[in-house]
Design a protein around this ligand. Structure first.
Ligand code: QUE
Ligand code: MOS
Length: 751
């Protein structure tokens, strides 16, 4: 699994926020936060804490120089609570001390009095009480109301999906360093350096060009550092600015679990209508998104649920409605898939229920309704180069689905204690930020006189391998060894106005920008080479493997010689480029348009084995055909796919976020929140790259990889259900995720 960072990671030499050497006298920060979910703050007594030796200052809302506001889309989130708290974990004060222990001790000496208010944790209750962050959103096509009468079958149900903790290995954190002239530098573990820059500028009331944000790499993010890293950058910035001392804030795991939001839990009501042949004629769905106490990214996340309501199925009549329900939980946020997985689970549950009630095979309904070339989605986008059916058919052929199914059947007929299950999961995921303006990537390339190349881009490396892809793109354009190229930290002074590295689009947007910038440089170099070699038509010149060629004939001019001569000739050896995705638009009034550059397709078949005495299970195999386009780096892409599959399986099976009625997170340690490990991972993950897939929107014809394979995990859920059903055929299935071993045990012996 080699990429740029592998060796440093293995040797423990890669730097994360907590590893950066900080100047002597750097203050260590800790966050004092609310211990009740909804209350008026009656009084806070900091005097005991302030008296503690080594405490420099306790910073509260009153100390904020600029605006106490960090809401990115909707301005409903304070940096530090003033009079009211709305969730457990809401920051109230920042303690600046000489070391971690002192800061932590001071926290325990703060005396706060609350006047408690009613707590809402259930999204439907919030909706009934009018606690909606925005008015309901509706995406629809056709006419469901006049279609129900034409359906041979109609099924309705309510299904739920749970939250998910990001569990990035590196917790949230930032270092802030005062810079001369009232400027400030922030080193942050963020997916969105510009978001941090903006928030710091607002909180400190200084212009954005006074704020430099630098991001070397993240120890994982998964969406959890798209919006929610911002607060910690702003807190460190505020402390450093007020005290004019460097300040560092790194959350411990427990505080990170309590303070930060997670994947949005959803409760969804659906109604599905089919004809006798299994064709889906109408689908109506309402999503009650548990948004938590502030908007955060909830509104675009809800939109993505509405976009992915029908997964990879073509349904002529659709009405999908979404509600962002404000509750007294930590603000939920972006998490790999960004609302898509929640919606895709619902349509799969509907299809499984329909198949069960109609007495036909699930895969028959899935296959009959798959999208095909030039189909129009319910949001009005025409599907071009639609590979849904190709992937589905190749999966069932290549892995011999019929045989796998027979094997499961045979096993189940011969075993009482163990039952196997099988399920197919097709996916279709739209690539682009659905807010079109965000679809821009930016790159700055320098070539130094020794021929070495430096890339700066808007993309943030979070372990996904984007830096390696950017290098490979540059190496491909210049035709030089990849070792000549480095990728620098993401820094707002080198690359401005960055979109967050998110929406699976980091390598696409910034890779295309690198491609353009490198080609600009290449043009200049080819022209210079033509002059050096006395060739009138530069079109005859090319560079291959670090050497200049004329009409395919090798010359003595090598890459570094060319660079040196270009420099002496005063050729500009730096280039900056912006890439903007063409042809995308979306009308937020009609909810129609062409929001996505393209879609990613794939199909997985998942087998599992349930221990019917204990309720425990394992995922035996995940076998899939996935549409990678032309992969830039098959090793990176395979790694992303495997990681996503396991993370998706975790969400639907063993990961269970629990709150009590008072809004307290119960799964607030790693002994009560179980995540996949190597023992949980499927015994076998087989990944086949779909052949002959083209994508003119991706650099070097590649396709985005970050999020789409996460959704294969949904098949793991239905595979386990399938196994349970063969043990307990009369079970009335309650489609709610995650299906923990406890739930499996109850289902095995329930009605
Ligand atoms: C504003 C937006 C979007 C956003 C962030 C904003 C938006 C969008 C995404 C997005 C999509 C998929 C992801 C992800 C982010 O982010 O429209 O992390 O996985 O699609 O501040 O409008
Ligand atoms: Mo997003 S969930 O950070 O791709």
């Amino acid at each position: 699994m080699k990429n740029l960072d592998t060796e440093k990671h293995i040797k423990g030499k890669s730097l994360f926020i907590d590893d950066f050497p900080t100047p002597d006298g750097t203050l260590i920060l800790d966050v004092f936060y609310s211990s009740v979910a909804h209350a008026k703050i009656v009084s806070v007594d900091y005097s005991e804490a302030e008296k503690l030796d080594g405490v420099k200052k306790i910073i509260t809302a009153g100390d904020i120089i600029g605006e106490n506001q960090i809401g990115g889309i909707i301005h409903d989130e304070t940096l530090l609570a003033e009079n009211e708290v709305t969730y457990i974990g809401e920051p109230i004060a920042i303690i600046a001390a000489k070391d971690k222990r002192t800061a932590h001790k001071a926290k325990s000496l703060i005396n706060i009095k609350y006047e408690e208010l009613p707590v809402i944790t259930d999204p439907k209750e919030a909706c009934e009480k009018g606690e909606l962050i925005i008015p309901p959103r509706i995406f629809s096509c056709g006419d469901i109301y006049n279609t129900w009468d034409c359906c041979d079958y109609i099924f309705e149900d309510t299904v739920e999906t749970g939250g998910q903790e990001h569990l990035y290995l590196e917790t949230q954190g930032s270092i802030a360093i005062p810079v001369e002239g009232k400027k400030i530098k922030i080193i942050s573990s963020t997916q969105g350096p510009t978001y941090v820059q903006k928030a710091v500028s607002k909180v400190l009331n200084i212009p954005m060009h006074f704020v430099e944000v630098d991001v070397l790499r993240l120890g994982g993010a998964f969406g959890g550092k798209e919006d929610q890293a911002t607060a910690f950058g702003a807190m460190a910035g505020l402390a450093a600015y007020i005290l004019q001392r460097p300040a560092k804030l790194v959350l411990n795991r427990h505080d990170d679990l309590v303070i930060t939001g997670k994947r949005h839990p959803y409760i969804s009501d659906y109604k599905i209508g089919l004809n006798k042949e299994g064709k889906i004629l109408a689908y109506e769905v309402s999503y009650y998104q548990n948004s938590g106490a502030c908007a955060d990214l909830s509104t675009p996340i809800l939109d993505r649920s509405l976009f992915h309501a029908t997964n990879s199925y073509s349904i002529p009549n659709v009405k999908s409605t979404g509600y962002c329900c404000r509750t007294n939980l930590a603000p939920n946020t972006a998490f790999r898939g960004f609302g898509g997985p929640q919606a895709m689970f619902v349509i799969e549950a509907a299809i499984h229920k329909a198949a069960e009630e109609m007495g036909i095979d699930v895969e028959e309904i899935q296959k009959k309704n798959l999208v095909s070339e030039k189909d129009v989605t319910h949001y009005g986008q025409v599907l071009n180069n639609c590979n849904a059916q190709k992937c589905f058919n190749q999966t069932t052929d290549l892995y011999n689905y019929n045989q796998l199914k027979l094997d499961v059947k045979k096993f189940n007929s011969e075993n009482d204690q163990y039952k196997k299950g099988i399920a197919i999961m097709p996916i279709c995921f739209g690539i682009s930020f659905t807010n079109s303006f965000l679809n821009q990537g930016s790159a700055l390339i320098h070539i130094y006189t020794d021929g070495s190349v430096q890339i700066s881009a808007a993309a943030v490396e979070m372990g996904q391998g984007v830096n390696q892809k950017l290098r490979l793109i540059a190496a491909n354009v210049f035709s030089i060894p990849v070792e000549l190229i480095t990728v620098e930290s993401t820094n707002t002074t080198r690359v401005a106005n960055t979109s967050p590295t998110a929406a699976s689009s980091g390598a696409d947007l910034n890779g295309n920008a690198v491609f353009i910038a490198c080609n600009n440089l290449l043009d200049r170099l080819i022209n210079r080479a033509a002059e050096i070699l006395n060739i009138t038509d530069p079109k005859l010149i090319s560079i291959k493997n670090g050497t200049v060629y004329i009409s395919g004939e090798k010359t003595d001019l090598a890459w570094n010689g060319l660079i040196e001569q270009a420099y002496f000739n005063r050729v500009n050896l730096s280039s900056q480029a912006l890439y903007t995705t063409p042809e995308i638009y979306f009308d937020k009034e009609t909810n129609k348009g062409n929001p996505f550059a393209y879609h990613v397709y794939g199909t997985a078949v998942i087998t599992s084995k349930v221990d019917c005495v204990r309720g425990i299970y394992n995922i035996e195999s995940v076998k899939l055909v996935h549409d990678f386009g032309k992969s830039i780096d098959p090793v990176v892409d395979k790694g992303q796919t495997e990681g996503a599959v396991v993370q998706g399986l975790g969400w639907l099976t063993i990961e269970e976020i629990a709150h009590n009625v008072n809004g307290k997170l119960l799964s607030d340690t790693l002994s009560t929140y179980k995540v996949p490990d190597i023992y949980f991972a499927p015994d076998e993950i087989e990944i086949e790259f779909l052949e002959d897939s083209e994508n003119r929107f991706g650099p070097l014809n590649s396709k985005a990889i970050g999020e789409p394979p996460f959704m294969y995990g949904i098949g793991g859920y239905f595979s386990i259900i399938n196994a349970i059903k063969s043990f307990n055929p009369k079970l009335e299935i309650n489609y709610s995720a995650p299906i923990t071993p406890e739930k499996v045990l109850m289902s095995l012996y329930g009605k």
